[in-house]
Design a protein around this ligand. Structure first.
Ligand code: NAD
Ligand code: ZN
Length: 354
């Protein structure tokens, strides 16, 4: 078992990482939650695979449960689904003294977390992430959101959970494409902050060996995210380091209308390409780009930029919501394990994009 305490201005809360943790989640919750009612927000995939385990454990502790099951997938991160969730929570007569659990991937965490943040001006919630991306990224740090038809995560808030419970065993049922999608963010953490992790990721010979070490990998990623979030809870400075590969990655996702590439695949291409450019400019150590290429190939992720109209891509980058005024913060590597933030004028974006 590994545990981490996240300490933000809003809240101090534990992240617990343990194989099989879901089997006695009820006992774990008893330590932090004394009332009776719990609403579980989940999606139908996660519910059919793992819903019973969580329900049985909560019932053993005499909790009164209401399950709210949404359709899987990004399109559920919408106002329409949000409204259904609000109504179901109100039908359950939920109060600010009760608890919401988000049990699923990043979609369930972001959407359920946003519902928790806003209904009755805030109901306590616990994150139980079930995808690799959610276990190492979206469940930690308090960002919750829904999408608008014109863009992702445009409505959101910073709302920290009471606790995060991570059971790596749940990942066994994750589809391969989603597993490697999450690996792109694991690789990102290693590139910006953890050379040792990078070396280990390169050494694992097969999926099974990686999985034997998954608890430790998740721990390292959550630790890095915690350190960054604690310094910059509201994402105005240091937290932008987590955006490595994302400036180009987001542009690729948007260019292909979120249909062709997963988020992780787009970030993988973003990491490789911005580093290729910065290596050419002499900012990044020689040979770094080749090592990134090796690791991306190993984890079944793309690296070469797809054919795109670059003027259009640059326009998309200019309209990213992370830009402040006419400055863009891009993230570059000095070498493996050492990322840094560079503020550039929006007119010089082209210099950093292949
Ligand atoms: N809040 C943040 O800081 C933050 C950070 C990164 C990403 N995000 C958000 O996260 C979302 C993406 O998250 P995601 O990749 O987890 O997507 P997701 O929630 O759609 O999950 C991916 C798929 O895996 C399935 N799944 C989840 N757990 C499973 C399991 N254990 N076994 C089998 N199937 C399982 C889901 O049903 C879904 O079909 C995006 O909306 C993104 O904006 C948020
Ligand atoms: Zn990301």
């Amino acid at each position: 078992m590994q545990s981490i305490i996240v300490e933000t201005a809003q809240k101090k809360y534990p992240i617990t990482i343990k194989r099989g943790l879901i089997e006695d989640i009820g006992q774990n919750l008893k330590k932090i939650y004394k009332n009776k009612k719990i609403a579980i927000i989940t999606d139908s995939n996660v519910d059919s695979l793992h819903g019973k385990k969580i329900e049985e454990s909560l019932e053993d502790e005499d909790y009164i449960i209401r399950k709210i099951i949404i359709e899987p997938g990004e399109k559920s991160k919408s106002f329409d689904t949000l409204q259904i969730i609000y109504e179901e929570l109100l039908d359950f007569n939920i109060t600010r003294g009760d608890l919401i659990i988000t049990f699923g991937g990043g979609v369930v965490g972001d959407l359920g977390g946003f519902a928790a943040a806003t209904l009755l001006r805030g109901i306590p919630f616990v994150q139980i992430p079930t995808s690799l991306l959610a276990q190492i990224d979206s469940s930690v740090g308090g960002k919750v959101a829904v999408n608008l038809p014109r863009g992702k995560n445009l409505i959101g808030s910073f709302y920290q959970p009471e606790a995060v419970f991570i059971d790596p065993e749940l990942l066994r049922t994750l589809e391969e494409r989603y597993f490697y999608d999450g690996m792109a963010e694991v690789i990102k953490y290693s590139l910006i902050r953890d050379k040792e992790l990078f070396k280990k990721l390169l050494e694992y010979r097969a999926y099974e060996e990686l999985f034997q070490n998954i608890e430790e990998i998740i721990y390292r990623c959550c630790q890095i995210k915690k350190e960054v979030v604690e310094k910059d809870e509201m994402d105005t400075g240091e937290r932008m380091i987590l955006n490595y590969g994302h400036t180009i990655g987001h542009a690729i996702e948007r260019y292909f209308k979120y249909e062709k590439y997963t988020h992780g695949e787009a970030v993988a291409m973003g990491m490789y390409n911005i580093t290729k450019k910065s290596e050419e400019l002499g900012i990044t150590g020689q040979g770094t780009t080749d090592m990134i290429k090796d690791i991306l190939i190993k984890y079944k992720l793309p690296y070469a930029m797809p054919p795109m109209d670059m003027q259009e891509v640059i326009k998309i980058i200019g309209s990213d919501k992370k830009n402040i005024g006419c400055n863009i913060s891009i993230i570059l590597l000095k070498n493996i394990g050492n990322g840094f933030i560079k503020k550039i004028d929006s007119n010089s974006v082209e210099k950093y994009i292949a």
